[in-house]
Ligand binder design. Structure first.
Ligand SMILES: Cc1cc2nc3c(=O)[nH]c(=O)nc-3n(C[C@H](O)[C@H](O)[C@H](O)COP(=O)(O)OP(=O)(O)OC[C@H]3O[C@@H](n4cnc5c(N)ncnc54)[C@H](O)[C@@H]3O)c2cc1C
Length: 570
């Protein structure tokens, strides 16, 4: 039996984007009923693990400018960012830092009491606003606390959204499983904000929470919305070995060095001016080039790696400003960075792509917005600068929360509720997955899928590997993994995991097809067979639309306002 509930606004995702959207919507209209649907408890959303900082211009009196933040973002994006969107981000952010401060955010401060900022990759000014090295945790806590002020926000924690219901034109609701009871629900609403985060768990070596799978993206994709620029996957230079947990760029922002096996700070060969604080795509490529040229190290697990040296920062600074990564290094690698050098390697960290939206976060389906990492409003182009993502979540959380309320206030009666679509969805997930048959272990298939992405679509790519990767993913998809061995109704995480895997196939395929089609190197997309950026043929976004057989690929223009593309050097 299908349960039924109703809200005015559903926010799917309780990370930074979802919570900021909820506050804005609740503040704007205390009468509308808001439901936040999240497959994990609020404070387990991946946003809590953001470490290094949130970008904003705060020190105009010391020479920083909004214009410089915009240009750094556009240059960092390798000129694929929509420049009007980058402008919106940079203009909105300073007030959001102060707003968070007023809501209780414990920003790290200077001795004079002003909010402090640290250096981050690709910026011309220290612009990452930080709270020790746990910025996401404190931001989440601040937003979640603030949400408690509003009585019209309800939390559906540990609910797994499965599909979007619409009438071909306009949003009508969601279907979801309440994980604790196993009951299936239709959730009717006038508007939806998708804030389901990134999907970096399609790679096995990844900084992401295990819950960062593409089911949110896939839900939008199956409902007819395009996924944009999915070929651009960011590899953060410093994933610690063996786990891949992140060592924040803040570690280099505070003065950490990268060293090769000759003891050289090799970044001088690749970005003499910015050194270790060049953008992530450049530093990750430099590390892989050094490894390929025999200048790397072997970790005890047999993996190639490079070294990150923080020892010269001193015990006190490490404790005060990098306490979180010190704890991570000791617990997960057995190394105290105050005494020893860390083994690191580029690791899947961010997806520049996501659900195609306009500058306001509106998707192609009426009544649906997307915000945060799940969205692709094209602010990051082909390479995001560190600290610009938490900023994006906050700015577009606010914008979409406000616009969704305007829409709800004006919305008129919808078509009759399409019961048949809910029945179809029930069939898809219960007959097709829960009661599916097969003898192949879905967890083995997931491991193979994510390893394939690591091997075939890592920092450096080429056509041969990408095609092999796509073939392999398609072979895996054909195997009989679509079944759930645990027949329990309550807390059936096996069921959820197999549904997540189902979405991983479609998304991985789009990442690979996008990468095959983009025969150039731009930002995080680096092709050894096409090593140059090719503005004549590829200065455009990629769109992927759903088709049961394979995605329909299209292109979309880039908005260029003030800055014509030039060669990107640091
Ligand atoms: C380790 C790490 C460190 C980072 N550090 C920084 C940093 O210092 N600065 C910076 O700017 N950026 C950083 N980033 C990036 C940034 O943190 C993320 O991009 C951002 O927090 C994403 O927030 P979000 O609100 O979009 O989604 P998330 O916080 O990822 O939350 C996703 C939400 O969607 C829900 N969800 C997903 N699918 C479903 C479904 N099917 N049904 C119901 N709910 C669903 C989840 O339950 C969750 O609540 C970091 C990222 C990582 C991984």
């Amino acid at each position: 039996m299908v349960g039924s509930i109703e809200f005015d606004l559903i926010i799917c995702g309780s990370g930074l984007a979802g919570l900021r959207a909820a506050i804005e919507a609740a503040k704007k209209n205390s009468k509308i009923k808001i439901g936040i649907v999240s497959k994990v408890q609020v404070m387990r959303s991946h946003s809590v693990s953001a470490e290094g900082g949130t970008a904003a211009v705060l020190f105009e009196d010391e020479g920083d400018t909004i214009e410089s933040h915009i240009y750094d973002t556009v240059k960092g994006s390798d000129f694929l960012a929509d420049q009007d969107v980058a402008k919106r981000l940079c203009e909105e952010m300073p007030q959001e830092i102060r707003q968070l401060d007023h809501w209780g955010m414990p920003w790290s401060r200077r001795d004079d009491g002003r909010i402090d900022q640290r250096n981050f990759g690709g910026y011309s000014f220290p612009r990452a606003t930080y709270a020790s090295d746990k910025v996401g945790f404190f931001e989440m806590q601040t937003l979640y606390d603030t949400c408690q002020k509003f009585e019209n926000i309800e939390y559906l924690n540990e609910w797994f959204a499965t599909s979007i219901i619409h009438d071909g034109n306009k949003f009508m609701g969601l279907t979801a499983i309440e994980i604790s009871s196993g009951n299936f629900y239709q959730i009717k609403a006038k508007a939806l904000i998708i804030a389901t985060g990134g999907a970096g768990r399609i790679y096995s070596f990844s900084t992401y929470a295990l819950s960062s799978t593409p089911d949110g993206l896939d839900m939008a994709y199956r409902a007819g919305m395009a996924l944009k620029d999915m070929e651009f996957v960011q590899f953060h230079p410093t994933g610690i070995l063996p786990s891949g947990i992140l060592i924040t760029e803040g570690a280099r922002g505070e003065g950490g060095y990268l060293l090769n096996n000759k003891g050289e700070r090799f970044m001088k060969k690749y970005a003499a001016a910015k050194m270790e604080l060049a953008p992530r795509d450049i530093v990750s490529r430099a590390i892989m080039t050094e490894i390929n040229e025999g200048n790397g190290f072997k970790h005890e697990t047999g993996v190639d790696c490079m070294k990150l040296d923080l020892r010269h920062l001193g015990d006190e600074k490490i404790k005060e400003k990098l306490g979180g990564i010190r704890e991570i290094s000791i617990k997960f690698s057995g190394v105290d960075p105050a005494d020893e050098i860390l083994d690191i390697r580029p690791v899947c960290h961010y997806m520049m792509g996501g659900i195609h939206t306009n500058i306001d976060g509106a998707t192609e389906l009426q009544g649906v917005w997307a915000a945060g990492e799940a969205a692709c409003n094209s602010v990051h182009g082909s390479n995001r600068l560190g600290a610009n993502s938490t900023s994006e979540c906050i700015v577009w959380g606010k914008i979409t929360g406000s616009l969704a309320v305007d829409y709800i206030e004006k919305s008129t009666n919808s078509n009759p509720w399409p019961h048949h679509l809910v029945t179809l969805e029930e069939k898809r997930i219960y007959d097709g997955i829960f009661r599916g048959n097969g003898d192949v272990n879905p967890y083995d298939i997931k491991q193979e899928l994510t390893d394939t992405m690591n091997e075939k679509a890592y920092v450096y790519k080429n056509e041969k590997n990408l095609i092999e990767g796509l073939k392999k993913i398609r072979q895996l998809k054909e195997q009989t993994w679509k079944h759930v061995d645990d027949s329990a109704k309550e807390y059936n995480t096996n069921f959820i995991n197999v549904m997540e895997l189902d979405s991983m196939f479609r998304t991985a395929e789009i990442v690979l097809i996008g990468a095959i089609n983009r025969k150039e190197s731009r930002g995080a997309h680096s092709r050894t067979d096409y090593p140059k950026r090719d503005d004549a043929n590829f200065l455009h976004h990629t769109l992927a639309y759903y088709d049961p057989k394979e995605p329909i690929m299209k292109t979309h223009p880039v908005t260029i306002t003030n800055y014509q593309p030039v060669e990107r050097k640091y």
